[in-house]
Design a protein around this ligand. Structure first.
Ligand code: GLC
Ligand code: CA
Length: 530
């Protein structure tokens, strides 16, 4: 792993919701270009763009119909190249989203594949005959319904882990693997710096044995892609992998493996939900939140590199889930210190730096997300309207997909037209308002990233958890005889300073006006130097 990769602060942009330049209500690439100075001012050094390829948008671009193009609503390939240049000129790298577990059913490969059983593209996808006139198995797809969809014309079912408009590619077909590697090289040759790899642990399957991910050829296929594309370009690749253990992660990201640079782990993201069900809230175990992060710091310390994340386009806002909306500034900044004080690639999702909480959707018809709408449909017999709305307002992916609030003008300055999705915004929490306020979450994030990026101990030092009890967390980072202590209060009550924080340690960042206090105040966070 190269040094720049370890020092990455990656800002995720959801193109549809970031900035609309032409008033059609949809964010676009010229809009992103206009915000490069803002990204620079935040102190991030890489951007991950959620998919911006042509797509029928059944799943907002995670259903790609052309891997080598740019969606017309987002701009042209020329616009994309301009964005790449603008970012590079500002020292910001660009990661694209690599969605290769599946394509859109409107991709040319699939349109060809469904023409007949002898079609040369048939074997690009996964087909099965009916069993007793029905689906071959009763497996459920991620967005509801069966993983099997019947294709009338050819009399077979095709397999899809997500929506029926997202047929899974057959990675056991060497031609598929060649096409994907060529496509990856096409973007890397253009100057793209790497990829976030969508549900990448699902590419190898063994359907005969009911194995839908981490199949027998998982490592082989990733290694092949590395040899053909990622490796020669020195690309930064971050896998989206749900449910792996640290051991499995090392087997995919260890230095000698030649597979991926790193992977997201989401174990802490599952907390506060009944059985991991994203629409059912239960009390958050705050101690477990830190324990899980620490477990991954330790688990990947020798041959791996953690990815620090608490928000993305699939999750509600972190402040609403892990913070305290009664202490929006203190808890949002405390979470930032707790997470980004650790060793790893820091990933931040658009709007997180403003300390946004979930918006409040008032009716079902305001939601757009396929997962939300399907869940609503599946649950509506068991819950009344009010309860359902509450569940969706807690768990919907649309919570983080509403327009980025730029200023206090109509539609938050996101568009001059009618936004594709909207649920209101807080005029105090916009880029313009927070930019002008020295005490804002935004300006705290700027200080935090500036400190982190200039401090070798915070970037590369070893991690040790020293205390995690009764709402107080203390951990250290150590390198070349220097130590940083990160002390946070993850509670709405004050408490004495942790015993193992040296009393002479100098505070170099604090989310309260002064760190003079000899106790930790509600959600106080400090980084200290000793
Ligand atoms: C990933 C994406 C999510 C998408 C799914 C299918 O989990 O993050 O947004 O719906 O894959 O591509
Ligand atoms: Ca637009």
């Amino acid at each position: 792993m190269q040094n720049w990769q370890k020092e990455t602060v990656l800002y995720q942009i959801y193109p549809k919701s970031f900035c609309d330049s032409n008033g059609d209500g949809i964010g676009d690439i010229p809009g992103i270009i206009s915000k490069v100075p803002y990204l620079k001012s935040l102190g991030v050094n890489a951007v991950w763009l959620s998919p911006c390829y042509p797509s029928p948008n059944d799943d907002n671009g995670y259903d790609i119909s052309d891997y080598r193009g740019i969606a017309p609503e987002y701009g042209t390939l020329e616009d994309f190249k301009k964005l790449l240049d603008a970012l590079h000129e500002n020292g910001i790298r660009l990661l694209m989203d690599l969605v290769v577990n599946h394509t859109s059913d409107e991709h040319a490969w699939f349109r060809s594949a469904r023409r007949g059983r002898d079609d040369p593209y048939r074997d690009y996808y996964i087909w099965r005959d009916p069993v007793d006139g029905r689906e071959p198995t009763d497996w459920r797809a991620a967005f509801g319904g069966s993983v099997w969809e019947f294709d009338e014309a050819t009399g077979q079912y095709y397999f899809h882990l997500f929506s029926k408009k997202q047929p899974d590619l057959n990675w056991d077909n060497p031609k598929v693997r060649r096409e994907i590697a060529d496509m990856v090289n096409y973007w890397l040759d253009m100057g793209v710096d790497g990829f976030r790899c969508d549900v990448i642990n699902n590419i190898s399957k063994d359907l005969e044995n009911g194995i839908l991910g981490m199949g027998p050829h998982q490592h082989e296929y990733l290694h092949e892609l590395y040899e053909r594309a990622f490796g020669p370009h020195g690309a930064l690749t971050i896998g989206e992998t749900w449910g792996l253990t640290p051991e499995q992660t090392l087997a995919m990201t260890g230095e000698a493996r030649g597979e991926l640079t790193a992977t997201f782990q989401f174990e802490h993201i599952l907390l506060g939900r009944v059985g991991g069900d994203k629409f059912r809230k239960c009390e958050l175990d705050r101690k477990a939140f830190t324990d899980i992060l620490a477990k991954w710091e330790y688990g990947l310390k020798d041959d791996g590199y953690p990815v620090l994340v608490m928000e993305n386009h699939d999750q509600p806002r972190a402040l609403s889930r892990f913070g305290d909306e009664e202490y929006p500034f203190e808890s949002a900044t405390m979470l930032a210190v707790l997470l980004y004080g650790m060793r790893g690639i820091a990933v931040i999702y658009e709007g997180q730096e403003l300390g946004l909480s979930n918006p409040r959707f008032e009716k079902l018809s305001d939601y757009r997300d396929i997962e939300t709408l399907n869940a609503y449909r599946d649950l509506k017999n068991d819950f009344d309207e009010k309860a359902l709305l509450k569940m969706m307002n807690f768990g919907s992916r649309d919570n983080s997909r509403v327009p980025m609030p730029w200023d206090g003008s109509e539609h938050a300055g996101f568009t001059a037209g009618t936004p594709w999705i909207e649920a209101g915004f807080d005029p105090k929490r916009t880029v313009a308002a927070e930019d002008a306020d020295g005490g804002s979450v935004l300006n705290f994030y700027r200080r935090l990233f500036a400190l982190r990026q200039s401090d070798a101990v915070l970037l590369h030092g070893g991690f040790e958890l020293l205390e995690n009890k009764n709402g107080t967390v203390l951990y250290s980072r150590k390198k070349d005889g220097e130590t940083r202590y990160i002390a946070v209060r993850y509670a709405n009550t004050p408490a004495p300073l942790p015993a193992r924080l040296p009393r002479n340690a100098e505070c170099i960042l604090c989310n309260y006006a002064s760190a003079a206090s000899d106790s930790l105040r509600p959600y106080e966070a400090r980084i200290c130097k000793a």
